[in-house]
Write a protein that binds this ligand. Sequence first.
Ligand SMILES: Cc1ncc(COP(=O)(O)O)c(C=O)c1O
Length: 462
Amino acid sequence: MPDVKFFILFCASLFLNLFFFSYHFLSTPLPPPRRPRPPGGGLTWTRRAAEEAEAVAAVSCSGHGRAYIDGVSARGHPVCECNTCYAGADCSLLKSNCAADADSGDPLFLEPYWMRHSAKSAVVVSGWHRMSYLTNNGFISVELERHIRALHRAVGNAVEEDKFIVFGSGCTQLINALVYALSPDNATTPASVVATAPYYPLYKAQTNLFDGREYEWKGITSKWINSSVVSTKNFIEFVTSPNNPDGLLHKSVLGVKSVIYDHAYYWPHFSAIPAPADEDVMLFSGSKTSGHASSRFGWALIKDEKVYDKVVQYMKVNTMGVSRDTQLRVLKLIKVILGEMGGGGDIFEFGYKALKNRWRKLNEIVSWSNRFSLQQIDPQYCTYFSKMRDPSPAYAWVKCEFEEDVDCAKVLKEAGIISRRGTLFEASSRYTRLSLIKTEDDFDLLLRKMVAVVSENGVSSI
Ligand SMILES: Cc1ncc(COP(=O)(O)O)c(C=O)c1O
C-alpha cells in the first residue's frame, strides 16, 4: 500500500514540475520577428537625420557659441548662436564693455562633458515614435524610472527603495504639486507654507501665484520657531539642501510632519554626499543632474501613498504627464552617466573638478580685498568619492562688507557684473548671488570683472 501512495505522489510531483516548467517557458514572449536589413546592412531612414546632425555639429563657432539643428539658418546653412559678449559669424569677436552675466542658474558648465560624449548620448527619434497620450504604463517610462532608481543607488545620494516616483516638467512643476498634495483636504484653515531665508524664490512665487484655498505663503521659518502664538501643525516647510543660494546642507528647523526636501543640488559635482537622503518627500532636478535644463525634467521621491496619489492626480489634470520625448532623452543621458561612472568619463568627477576650480579662483580674487566676502563652506567627507572633498558650490553668495555698499547687486552692476540680488531670496540687500555654473566664457568674464572691482579699492593685500 505505501508503494502505491509513493507512486501516486511521485506522478503528481512529476506532473506539477512539468506543468510549471513548460508554463514558464511558453509564457515568456518570443522576440518579434525582424524585417530583413537592406542590402549591405546599411542605414535607411536614419541616414539623412544623422548627416544633418553631424553637419550642424561640425559648424565652427570658435569655441564661443554653437549651431543647433533647430536654430536659425542663413541660405540653408545653420547660424552660430554666440555666448554672451561674443559676436560675429563665427562668434570670434569679444564685445567691448559687455557685462558679465552671472545671474541665472543655467548649468552649461556641463556642456563640454556632453560634447565629449556626443556619440554615446545621441538619440534618434522617428516621426512615429510614441505618438499616443499614453503608454502601457500610463505617463511614466518604466525604463527611465528603473534607471533613475539605479542612479540614486549608484551615487548613494537618496534612499529610493521604499518610495514612489513621480516625474514633472522640471522640478519646478512638482513644487506646487507637492504643496497641493501635502495640504489638508478639508481643513478650515489653509496650510502655511514656509522656507528658511535665504531661500529659492520660486517657492514663494508659485505658492502665491496658484493661490489655492488649501495653502498660503507664510514667509520665513524663523518667524515661527518657538512661536507660542500659533501651532505649526498645519505647516509645510521647504528645505533646500544644498541650499540655493549659499550651497549649505540644511535640515528642517520646524520639525513639522510635512517637509519638502529640495535636493536639486544633492549630487557629487555640487556637494559632498555625507549619507543617502531618506526624507519622506524629496525633489530632484534633471537640469542640475545632467545639465539639461532645456529638457524640463525633474522627479519626486515620495514615501506616503496618499501624497503620491494626490501628486499623480495633480499631474494628470495639469499636463497629463511629462513629454515622452523628454523622457527618452533623459533615459539616454542617465544610461551614459551610469555607464561612465567611476571611470575616466565620470560626470560627477568632471563637474566637481570644474566647479572646485571656479570656486577656488573666485575665492582667491575676493581675498585680495576686504570689500567682499563669500559664504564659508568647509571641506567634507563624501561617500561618493570616498574621501574628503573641497567645496564646489553652484553659486557664490557674496556679501558687500563696506558700510556704504548697502546694495551689493548695484555695486556689482556698476562694476559690469549682473548678479541676482539678495532681496529676491528674502535676505539683506548687502548680499547678492553669482552663478558659477554657466559657460566657461561667462565665468572667465566674471573673474576679469571681479579682478577689476577688488583691485579698484579696499585692497588689503595682493
Ligand atoms: C533649489 C532649486 N529647486 C528647483 C529648481 C528648478 O529646477 P528645474 O529646472 O528642474 O525646474 C532650481 C533651479 O534652479 C533650484 O535652484
